[in-house]
Design a protein around this ligand. Structure first.
Ligand code: ZN
Length: 73
């Protein structure tokens, strides 16, 4: 670092990922029972989520268009 007056700060990786994939999802609809579940962090590739209603667990995958898909674990 030579004091170049950098204005770039490293921020949360999650934020960058969310920015790259459009808007972050802060909830998801259970593919099994269609209940809407809130999540603490925006969903991202490889996340595992659990439906609070039916207890089903899903693995999150995000495609290149930023669409979120769920695969039952
Ligand atoms: Zn469910």
């Amino acid at each position: 670092m030579s004091g170049g007056g950098g204005t770039y700060d490293f921020d949360d990786d999650e934020k960058d990922a969310a920015k790259a994939s459009g808007k972050p999802r802060k909830d998801f609809d259970c593919p099994s029972c269609h209940a809407n579940n809130p999540v603490d962090d925006a969903l991202s590739q490889g996340d595992e989520v659990r439906c609070n209603y039916c207890g089903a667990e899903f693995k999150v995958s995000v495609n290149s268009e930023g669409r979120v898909k769920f695969r039952e674990i």
